[in-house]
Ligand binder design. Structure first.
Ligand code: NCD
Length: 352
């Protein structure tokens, strides 16, 4: 059922067209490469005031709604700012208790109402499957608008995975890209939606390998492991970071997702071996990178921040450019950016 939805409406016959963004499995290599390239073009154009004005003229006739009923800092702000970079206006609901859902309005009626006023809905929910449900509804109404999943419970976070791919791609740009790399994912892999989504995207890269590093209670779930096996993506699992750290090209660290704890679930689990500090930096390859979707707990010592291999602050900024690229694809404006030489704007400025 779910498969049919994303095949029908997320990707059309044009291999790279984009409408809803719900499930990372809908993304193929060609589209990923195009989004990464678009994100870089947008960030280059935005550096110059003439370029920034050009971008502002991309989507002034469109409106976006940010429907975030679960806490968010980076995802909310980067989507909001990506909208503003492209001249799109935004409205938001961040608390269900102030929407008519408290009067008993159904989720479907609420989404349909939002869709009457805006051209895209970006939504984050505590429940898995909500964004997919909204996208399904859109496929039945007269004026369907795209739905973007900005995090659905413990399940998926597709746009985070896209910005993670962008970060990996940029970091490995002089070294053959993501193909052939060894990527470690560490922490609470059981309940972390970012790593689950990133695993789905990995089928687009060749000769790469995953290493899961987690306490056994918070190991990667079987559904993802089954997917990786089906796709022929090799992976291994360990509880000992020091055994695998020397072979990693990237270490993707995650925090303990204690908001999902059943009573005392994580209380007796020692999470300290699943962190990065000065000692681990000494073992990591000189060109290895450290990523984290943020927010962090204690798992990355702040002293790591100043190491050039710490990529998480750049990663969060990459999210804004990647989300701008997603909007350009959804509204089919990518060509007007791809035809430009981003440096044109610097010439204009210099000449002015
Ligand atoms: C992540 C999330 O919300 O899943 N944060 C984010 O979107 N950058 C990761 C987390 O909360 O641990």
């Amino acid at each position: 059922m779910r498969k049919a939805v994303f095949e029908k409406s997320e990707q059309t016959a044009d291999n790279t067209a984009l409408f809803h963004v719900i499930d990372p499995r809908a993304f193929k290599r060609q589209l990923l490469d195009e989004l990464c390239d678009l994100a870089t073009r947008v960030r280059t154009i935005a550096k110059h005031s003439a370029g920034a004005r050009f971008l502002q003229d991309m989507l002034p006739h469109r409106r976006a709604m940010l429907y975030f009923t679960q806490p968010s800092t980076r995802t909310f702000l980067s989507f909001n700012n990506a909208c503003h970079i492209l001249g799109m206006r935004t409205s938001e609901i961040r608390d269900r208790s102030i929407s008519s859902e408290v009067k008993g309005e159904s989720f479907e009626d609420a989404i349909r109402t939002f869709s009457s006023y805006v051209d895209v809905i970006i939504m984050r929910s505590r429940e898995p499957g909500r964004a997919a449900q909204a996208a399904q509804l859109m496929d039945t109404i007269a004026r369907p608008i795209p739905i973007i999943n900005a995090g659905s419970g413990r399940d998926q976070h597709p746009t985070q995975a896209l910005l993670d791919i962008y970060t990996l791609d940029r970091s490995f740009s002089g070294r053959g890209g993501i193909d052939g790399k060894v990527i470690g994912m560490m922490g609470d892999l059981k309940r972390g939606r970012t790593v689950r989504s990133l695993c789905y995207l990995m089928r687009n890269y060749v000769s790469m390998r995953l290493v899961f590093i987690a306490p056994s209670h918070f190991a990667m779930q079987d559904d993802i492991k089954m997917y990786l096996r089906e796709q022929g993506i090799p992976f291994s699992e360990t509880e000992r970071l020091e055994d695998v750290l020397p072979e990693l090209d990237a270490l993707y660290v995650t925090r303990m997702q204690s908001e999902w704890d059943s009573p005392n679930e994580s209380r007796d689990i020692d999470f300290t071996p699943f962190g990065v500090g000065v000692k681990e930096l000494g073992i990591l390859k000189p060109e290895g990178i450290i990523m984290h979707p943020l927010p962090r707990g204690d798992e990355i010592d702040p002293s790591v921040d100043s190491d050039p291999r710490a990529m998480y602050w750049r990663q969060e900024r990459n999210g804004m450019w990647m989300r701008a690229a997603i909007f350009l694809k959804i509204f089919q404006l990518e060509k007007s950016i791809q035809q430009l030489d981003p440096e044109d704007f610097s010439i204009q400025i210099t000449g002015a």
